[in-house]
Design a binder for this molecule. Structure first.
Ligand SMILES: C[S@@+](CC[C@H](N)C(=O)[O-])C[C@H]1O[C@@H](n2cnc3c(N)ncnc32)[C@H](O)[C@@H]1O
Length: 328
């Protein structure tokens, strides 16, 4: 296998990421959210595909992965082979696939982020689906009490959701994804209610964040966490998290449809189509306002309501009572 002289992202998986395929397994509930976002796309490119987590098995998936070590891990878990390419230069024609997917990878793309997003948009005729952590929501996590530098470093790595949405254009949906308490994908926040797990070097080896922290600081922070777990201090402050079934905050799914699917004044559409689209946009805009900053919402019920509210695009249009006036 050909190894790159310089890694495509900010982590060198040729020398790190031991045990990634065991520690970072697809979580079925998160996988379901991704599947729903992909809709009826029958061909999908999975960019930054890693060891194959979250790759749908019910449709044709083309995996793209720049790290030779990651591609080798795919073989170990029986995933389909991946093409050696990076996000910023996808070896595909325009509109070659129905959908483009990127799962927990864009924070590693660095300067290639904009080019990578543009490439995903270019090759997909349908939705671009991105699972990531919202950098603006990372500051509240309890681990920051032990490793203050972490929030700052991760904030720089995880792009601003607003800038991603701007770059992708088109109809944009943005949903916080609840992290289950027993999440089987071992990213750092997945252990919000299982603090002891972060003391396990095997768990940390599959989490890229630690590589950006000073080892002395890591040792100090983890010693403090060990002491607090022994003394009960962690539990007195955060113990409720051990019983909290989901953590809704930083994990987010961005779904960007192609630009022309949200043009309400498109000539070829009927008046009813235009009303449906306009009503869909109203729904999206409303929900973006409601969910864009979940931590600023004091009312959890309002967030839950927005999360579960059906899109009116699926509802029949009442021509006698249009949501928006007909377009002349
Ligand atoms: C944290 S892993 C996620 C892998 C997989 N998507 C998953 O959910 O398990 C990040 C992956 O992104 C890949 N990556 C980093 N920079 C990239 C780039 N510029 N283009 C494509 N993939 C990249 C890495 O090689 C790595 O496999």
């Amino acid at each position: 296998m050909t190894q790159r002289a310089v890694p495509a992202g900010d982590v060198d998986y040729e020398s790190t990421g031991t045990g990634y395929e065991q520690q970072r397994r697809s979580d079925p509930r998160i996988a379901q959210a991704i599947l729903s976002a992909l809709g009826d796309a029958s061909t999908v490119v999975n960019v930054g595909a890693g060891a194959g987590s979250y790759e749908p098995t019910d449709r044709y998936v083309l995996a793209v992965e720049p790290s030779a070590a990651m591609r080798a891990r795919r073989r170990a878990v029986g995933a389909m082979p991946a093409i050696d390419a990076s996000a910023q230069s996808l070896p595909l024609d325009d509109d070659a696939v129905d959908a483009a997917l990127a799962v927990l990878t864009i924070h590693q793309w660095g300067d290639a982020l904009v080019g990578g997003l543009q490439e995903m948009r270019r090759v997909a005729s349908g939705p671009v689906v991105i699972l990531t952590l919202d950098g603006t929501q990372l500051q509240d996590f309890w681990l920051n009490e032990y490793l203050p530098a972490r929030a700052q470093i991760e904030r720089q790595r995880f792009p601003d959701i607003q800038s991603i949405r701007k770059e992708l254009g088109g109809t944009r949906d943005f949903n916080p994804v609840p992290i289950p308490l027993d999440c089987s994908d071992g990213f750092v926040e997945a252990f919000y209610g299982r603090p002891e797990s972060l003391l396990d070097p095997a768990v940390r080896a599959a989490q890229s964040a630690w590589q950006f922290l000073d080892q002395t600081e890591i040792d100090r922070g983890l010693t403090q966490l060990t002491d607090d777990l022994r003394s009960g201090s962690w539990d007195s402050r955060h113990g409720h998290l051990r019983e909290t079934p989901t953590y809704t905050g930083p994990l987010a799914l961005i779904i960007a449809a192609p630009e022309d699917e949200c043009r309400p004044e498109h000539d070829r559409r009927t008046v009813s189509d235009r009303q449906t689209l306009a009503s869909h946009r109203t729904w999206i805009n409303h929900n973006l306002v409601v969910v864009a900053n979940p931590h600023e919402q004091s009312d959890q019920a309002e967030l839950d309501r927005a999360w579960h509210q059906p899109s009116p695009v699926d509802e029949p249009v009442d021509d006698d009572h249009p949501v928006n006036p007909p377009v002349p």
